[in-house]
Each structure stands twice: as structure tokens, then as C-alpha cells.
Write a protein that binds this ligand. Structure first.
Ligand code: CU
Length: 153
């Protein structure tokens, strides 16, 4: 019965989100945010997170910023001529009901001018959307070259 109620609640939440594109419509969730410190001072750091779109229409990430950094860009890795390269992108789509993982060798944030941080610190990351209020999350800092914090998938 508990399970049934849970499913019903999710269904109602999806129905409530469907077809609505209001500014106050909060259908996005961001979790597991982390930042890999730069190898050398002055080089950009990389940021990663998981975003879930519980809404009934697709959403678009159109920018990112951090009060702890000078500039944050949206990037993705692509294969070109058999080589892995990265490109800045203007926007990233998150389809209705989709989960998108920003991760090494995929979509990521390039964080320029990040203040002095070390492993265990947290930095705020704000994502901006075409049709959703900005969302700020705290990202855990790991040392250069390290993988995701161990408690993350
Ligand atoms: Cu990049």
C-alpha cells in the first residue's frame, strides 16, 4: 500500500508538471555536485553533477556561474578525427523525465578563476535555465586527478 501511494504521488507530480512552463515551476533536481581542483594554479577546474528533470517538458541549461569563480562555462567532450576534444556549448537540453550526468569525458563545467580551494572544501555552483529559476548547489572539491568523491556513484 505504501508503495502504491508512492507511485500515485509520483504520477500526480508528473501530471502537475506536465504542460506547465511557469517561472515558478520547480521540476528540476540537481545532486552529487563535485569539482576537481586544477592541476596547476591558474588552470580551470572542472565541475560535475547529476540533473534530473521530473517535469513534463524538456528544460535547457543555458549558463552556469559561481560566486567563488570568475567565469563558468558549459563544455562537452566530443570525438573528432579519433581524438577526444572539448568544446564550449551554449546550452544543454535535459529532456522531460530525463536524468543527465555531467561527468569526466562527457558534459562538464569549466570553472575559471576559482579561488584557492582544497579537498574537502565546497563551492557554490549556480545553473541557469531558459525556462526555470536558477538553482544553486554546493559542490564538493576533490584534488586534481581524483575521481568523484567516494560516496557518489
Ligand atoms: Cu572543458
Amino acid at each position: 500500500m505504501t508503495r502504491f501511494l508512492g507511485v500515485t504521488a509520483l504520477f500526480l507530480a508528473l501530471v502537475a508538471g506536465a504542460g506547465q512552463c511557469l517561472a515558478g515551476d520547480r521540476t528540476l533536481s540537481i545532486r552529487d555536485a563535485w569539482v576537481r581542483a586544477p592541476v596547476l594554479d591558474g588552470r580551470p577546474a572542472a565541475g560535475y553533477f547529476t540533473i534530473v528533470n521530473l517535469g513534463g517538458h524538456s528544460q535547457q541549461i543555458v549558463g552556469a556561474r559561481s560566486s567563488a569563480a570568475r567565469r563558468v562555462e558549459l563544455h562537452r567532450h566530443i570525438m573528432k578525427d579519433g581524438r577526444m576534444m572539448m568544446r564550449q556549448v551554449d546550452a544543454v537540453d535535459v529532456g522531460a523525465g530525463a536524468t543527465l550526468v555531467f561527468e569526466p569525458h562527457g558534459h562538464h563545467l569549466m570553472i575559471f578563476g576559482l579561488g584557492p580551494v582544497g579537498p574537502g572544501d565546497s563551492v557554490p555552483i549556480t545553473l541557469e535555465f531558459a525556462d526555470h529559476p536558477p538553482i544553486t548547489v554546493m559542490a564538493e572539491v576533490v584534488e586534481a586527478g581524483a575521481g568523484a568523491p567516494r560516496h557518489l556513484p
